[in-house]
Design a binder for this molecule. Structure first.
Ligand SMILES: C[S@@+](CC[C@H](N)C(=O)[O-])C[C@H]1O[C@@H](n2cnc3c(N)ncnc32)[C@H](O)[C@@H]1O
Length: 207
């Protein structure tokens, strides 16, 4: 009888221990599942551009490319006298926006990927950069009519349609800076650099 009780006792202890394992298992599934979902949400934001009309992936500008863009812009002294507003189309991690804001321009970035926008906003906040702002929007629906300078580091396939948008919507005398890929029909007023770091400067003239 005692032996039977001992067996029952052992069995019920095993049952409790199984339940405990199953609870920690559930906790582990919840935590790993949560991490998995978060990683997927972040990854989706980076992969999503591949499924749009134009696949414009996140490729950050090189240091040389940024140097070439900056060489076109007015000096810090000039921007202190006359304020100029710049837009980086598809601003990625905000490096062009920050570099140009550092030159005294009011710099905006429009970016589809919310995580890159959060990252850029956090960086601006952390470094107390007040003249840099980021908007989470689709570049094709974004109002570009108020900008003095517009920077684009895009892909070759999108340049023709983007050219049409700029010619139609950008303000008169605004300057467009294209990185790596030129526009098919506009004539550049300046070309700076070579190879993948080449930058083309255009001016929108309507009158
Ligand atoms: C080649 S990267 C350039 C990043 C940044 N301008 C730089 O030079 O470092 C292009 C960026 O455009 C963003 N993008 C893609 N499609 C977009 C869209 N429809 N509207 C706004 N941004 C978009 C991508 O997420 C990516 O960050």
């Amino acid at each position: 009888m005692d032996a039977l009780n001992a067996i029952i006792d052992t069995n019920s202890k095993n049952e409790v221990s199984k339940r405990k394992i199953s609870f920690s298992g559930k906790a582990l599934i919840t935590v790993t599942g949560g991490i998995g979902v978060t990683i997927s949400l972040v990854a989706v934001a980076f992969v999503a551009p591949a499924f749009r009309r134009y696949c414009l992936p996140y490729v950050p500008a090189t240091t040389e490319q940024i140097k070439n863009v900056l060489s076109i812009l007015p000096t810090k002294e000039d921007t202190q006298k006359i304020s100029k507003v710049l837009l980086d189309i598809g601003s990625g991690d905000g490096r062009i926006v920050f570099a140009t804001a550092n030159k005294g321009l009011t710099s905006h970035g429009v970016e589809l990927n919310r995580w890159l926008v959060y990252y850029s906003r956090l960086k601006a906040l952390k470094n107390g950069i007040k003249n840099a702002k980021f908007f989470q929007k689709d570049l094709w629906k974004y109002n570009i009519s108020t900008y003095d300078y517009i920077v684009i580091f895009g892909v070759g396939q999108m340049m023709s349609d983007l050219e049409k948008k700029l010619v139609k919507e950008a303000k008169d005398s605004s300057k467009i800076i294209a990185c790596r890929f030129p526009f098919p029909n506009l004539t550049p007023i300046k070309i700076i650099g070579t190879g993948v770091d080449t930058v083309w400067l255009y001016e929108i003239k309507r009158f």
